[in-house]
Ligand binder design. Structure first.
Ligand SMILES: Cc1ncc(COP(=O)(O)O)c(C=O)c1O
Length: 371
């Protein structure tokens, strides 16, 4: 398989660079404060836990808690997986060599790479930057072929923070239905909409051939638990997904399932805290990009923890990011890791120490001419 460029870039700098201005997750929850939130049942499960194998489909209480996040989804429709694993097994289960898929782009690489490496053709569905990174449903309509089998999208979108309107989203699902296509909906940044009114229904609630991916990593600040889930009402597809898991992880991590159960049962409080931080950080970014409007063009995101401002410096985004790492201990992701262009950077605003990093970035820009 082709290397995962973004993950390779993170591997190079994430644990050796001081200011991470590109992370997509909310700060990792401290174990102690999570355990303090546990209700009596969870506390008992945790205290008496045996680190043996668990049920392959996921702990029944966890699946029940997950199902309650959706309308019309039963615990039986939920398969607990690692988020990245969910993408892999869904692509392998839905697609075969020669199929065609349409996928939002730029994006998290596995959303299109697994299909490409399996011998499928993938059409890249690009957003319109000039319209707040809108993914125009018309593009979908115009690019469906006889062998199209799957539409892949990721809303709220990594890396632009784009979120379709309710009308566009309904149209997208309607197109999938009209053509009897499968839908893979990556909803890893769900519940982090700045205005709850803009929250979209989950694809698995709206369309019976859709599979939705969500998990603990971003919204709940529990990336290290490595717990996510697929939800679908398509029983045949569910069976294939579950069977595939026997060849990847078999079952999930026993402690992580209980920690995730605690996280979800306290989800409202955790998400409220994360959203407050996101709002505070976005205000800082508004200020920062206003002060540096000569260098950056800022499209304020509607949801999630990341955005994709345009860098206007002649040197390009990759050169800027390399200088930032070397000279200011700042990690920013250049759009080249998305195989996109060399004129955007990804900023992340789910972390507590963003202000510190931005101050450092500001000093860097004041003392270093853009090139
Ligand atoms: C859109 C999207 N989908 C899936 C994932 C994978 O999540 P995880 O790293 O928890 O496996 C990520 C992680 O960055 C992501 O941004």
């Amino acid at each position: 398989m082709k290397p995962f460029t973004l993950e390779r870039y993170f591997a190079q700098y994430e644990f050796s660079t001081r200011y991470l201005l590109s992370s997509s997750d909310c700060d990792g929850l401290p174990m102690q404060s999570l355990l303090e939130m546990a209700d009596e049942e969870c506390r008992k499960l945790w205290d008496e836990l045996r680190i043996g194998y668990t049920e392959s489909l996921g702990h029944p209480l966890l699946r029940q808690e997950i199902a309650s996040l959706y309308k019309g989804i039963a615990p039986e429709d939920v398969l607990v997986i690692v988020p990245e694993e969910g993408i892999y097994i869904a692509m392998q289960s839905i697609l075969k060599r020669g199929d065609h898929a349409i996928c939002t782009f730029p994006g998290y690489q596995s959303l299109y790479q697994v299909a490409e490496d399996a011998g499928c053709e993938v059409t890249r569905w690009m957003p319109e930057e000039e319209h707040s990174w809108r993914f125009n449903p018309e593009f979908l309509e115009n690019n469906i072929r006889d062998n199209t089998r799957l539409i892949v999208f990721n809303f709220p979108h990594n890396p632009t923070g784009s979120l379709p309107t309710q009308e566009d989203y309904a149209r997208i699902l309607q197109i999938a239905r009209e053509h009897n296509l499968y839908v893979f909906s990556d909803e890893m940044y769900r519940l982090l909409e700045l205005d709850a009114v803009e929250r979209l229904p989950s694809a698995c609630e709206e369309y019976e051939k859709a599979v939705s991916l969500f998990g603990m990593s971003k919204t709940f600040g529990m990336a290290g638990a490595r717990i996510g889930w697929l939800a679908t009402r398509d029983r045949e597809l569910y069976g294939k997904l579950a069977a595939y898991k026997d060849y990847t992880t078999i079952c999930s991590s026993t402690p992580s399932e209980i920690l995730s159960l605690i996280g979800l049962r306290n989800g409202d409080a955790i998400v409220a805290k994360h959203l407050a931080r996101v709002r505070r950080n976005l205000a800082l970014l508004d200020e920062f990009f206003t002060a540096h409007a000569d260098l950056f063009e800022w499209v304020r995101p509607h949801a999630g923890t990341i955005a994709f401002p345009r860098y206007k410096g002649k040197e390009g985004a990759y050169a800027l990011c390399q200088r930032l790492v070397r000279e200011a201990e700042i990690m920013l992701l250049p759009s080249t890791v998305y195989d996109y262009d060399d004129q955007h950077v990804r900023v992340g605003f789910g972390r507590e120490n963003l202000q510190e990093g931005l101050e450092k970035f500001d000093k860097f820009l004041q003392t270093n001419q853009s090139r």
